[in-house]
Design a protein around this ligand. Sequence first.
Ligand code: PLP
Length: 404
Amino acid sequence: MAKINENFLKLPGSYLFSTVAKKISAFESANPGAQIIKMSIGDVTRPLVPSVINAMHKAVDEMAAAETFRGYGPEQGYDFLRAAIVENDYKSRGISIEPDEVFISDGAKSDCGNIVDIFAEDNKVAVCDPVYPVYVDTNAMSGRAGEFVSGKWNKLYYMECTRENGFLPEIPKEKVDMVYLCFPNNPTGMAAPAEYLKKWVEYAKANGAVILFDSAYEAFITEPGVPHSIFEIDGADEVAVEFRSFSKTAGFTGTRCAYTVIPKKLKVGETSLNALWNRRQCTKFNGAAYVIQRAAEAVYSPQGKKETRANIEYYLENAKIIRESLAEAGIEVYGGVNAPYIWAKTPDRMGSWEFFDYLLEKTQVAVTPGEGFGPSGEGYIRLTAFSSHEKTAEAMDRIRKTLK
Ligand code: PLP
């Protein structure tokens, strides 16, 4: 008889976004005509920019002619895109990365989730709390998280991100083997200074740990001096893997393209993780679509850069409106300067679900309760800057008036 991977049975239901959706639809049924504004969605709303669309059209036409048609592409991604990434995302920042250290994929979610394949089951894994849930659930699925007891996995090492530590978790006192870091962070919206990342690189070197660095939101960094890549830190190429995505940078959430950088210097014992990941990808992945990789390449053209930058600025303007409006309403706010997420403290010690219900009821604005991202998210809500200016301003107006 076939047996299943029992680790899947240990997973709690993904209650967060489904509960949020259910509560919104229950409210809509009870209040027909209510104009709900969703500040809860972590998805972009601006369309793909003209440079990207033109590149896609051109690539589609290539696929229509026998002379230019492409079948299976390289599992690691086309050279033109790997070269553009190296040139624009790394070389331009003084970072030395080779094209064969870049692996193109269909998403950072897939890469963050699949990377666990190349690590042993008995590795000790550290995650932030609150956290992007993919790191936790994929380790649970592959048997590295233990049992889910009272809201936590008993084999994971949770690193609390609180206002007391500026949402930069303390370096573990004990030895861990794999560390997930995400900066700028989802959900807190906070970025990490170089000095802080340097400590992680030192820790990883001293303990033989691998840092899995998710910089899906690097394009939102506005403050000078904040690293866009872990590889800006000396020695990080010996201890870190970096995940990047075109999703939030260039509106590719529905188009799907991302990449993972694994330096050849990064070794676990004698084994190169670059070689291991290459082996894994060649077996389990058949490459991202040619048309989409041409679209991603266009993000790096001078015009593509200008156009995608304008969209990022658009979202950052929303983030500013959210920050300022909530502060005016007496709410403590974090993030939103180097990220499209704003992490806000609930007033009067309200629970995060309680404040969610209150805002939905009184203002018809939907947010995400912080507790859904982990126990330390209790007492916070997350708002996103991905809406339109008009809806963002309207939502903030309602909240300001209600809380005053
Ligand atoms: N990493 C983080 C921190 C995210 O918040 C997200 C999406 O919300 C992803 C990765 C997923 O990116 P992609 O769309 O490339 O799968």
